[in-house]
Design a protein around this ligand. Structure first.
Ligand code: SF4
Length: 246
């Protein structure tokens, strides 16, 4: 593997990431820590865990509005690594009420907060209530809301006074180029939409392909302000961040 650090994830960076993953998975009981899976970075996490001969629980938010290619991607990852992927669905009553009151595209008129709240945040909150820690694929160079993402932190958005949740971001200091070189070098499965110009992929009605000079998350909620482009999964990026001591 090349040691050009602008393009490739050098071996010591891969080793550091594996070390953090090993520490995280060793710190918590199996089933009390899980990888949150949706994008290209998350499969790199799954691949790194598998490369160490370890295993981790994996969950994904099935909002009901994902592209067909994303469902195919989830299935391909499940088979490729021979793992279970828990799909989390929205509460049907809350979702039914939203659709009844506002239809299927209210986010274009009054913002993505309400729909994301029902389709993503509530299922995630419920899942995190059963965990002590989760692992995400957030990177600092993904957007203006992620420039300060630490390798690990207290999840202030989902912790409660009775239940503290730790959040690991092992790829925080990886660049997009390093992620993609890892994916190609190790033949990691990726979403076919990336070959159609999509750089960051969420729900179908809220994601579009990006141009060559646009930022990678520019195609997400493109009708909203850059500083608000978090769906609530990582809402502490928009509010305050509390970093754990090493
Ligand atoms: S990304 Fe769009 S469709 Fe998906 S949950 Fe958020 S607002 Fe709803």
């Amino acid at each position: 593997m090349s040691t050009d650090q602008t393009l490739y994830a050098p071996e010591d960076q891969i080793a550091e990431t594996q070390s953090l993953l090993r520490d995280a998975l060793g710190k918590y009981e199996p089933g009390r820590i899980a990888i949150s899976f949706s994008g290209a970075e998350d499969v790199v996490l799954i691949d790194l865990v598998a490369s160490m001969g370890l295993s981790a629980a994996v969950f994904s938010l099935d909002t009901g509005r994902l592209h067909a290619q994303t469902y195919e991607f989830i299935e391909r990852v499940r088979k490729h690594y021979d793992i279970s992927i828990e799909l989390l669905s929205p509460n049907p009553k809350a979702l039914g009420q939203l659709v009844k009151d506002k239809g299927l595209f209210s986010f274009y008129e009054d913002g993505h907060g309400e729909c994301c709240g029902i389709r993503k945040i509530a299922p995630l909150r419920s899942k995190l209530g059963t965990l002590d820690a989760w692992i995400t694929g957030q990177r600092r160079d993904q957007s203006v809301t992620r420039t300060d993402v630490p390798l690990r932190q207290v999840d202030t958005a989902f912790s409660t006074s009775e239940h503290s949740i730790e959040k690991y971001n092992p790829l925080a200091n990886w660049s997009a180029s390093q992620i993609w070189h890892y994916i190609r070098d190790f033949e990691v499965p990726y979403n076919a939409l990336h070959d159609e110009g999509y750089t960051s992929i969420g729900c179908q009605p809220c994601t579009r392909a990006t141009g060559p000079h646009q930022h990678e998350r520019a195609g997400r909620w493109w009708w909203e302000e850059e500083t608000q482009k978090e769906c609530g999964l990582h809402h502490q990026n928009v509010i305050s961040i509390k970093t754990l001591p090493n």
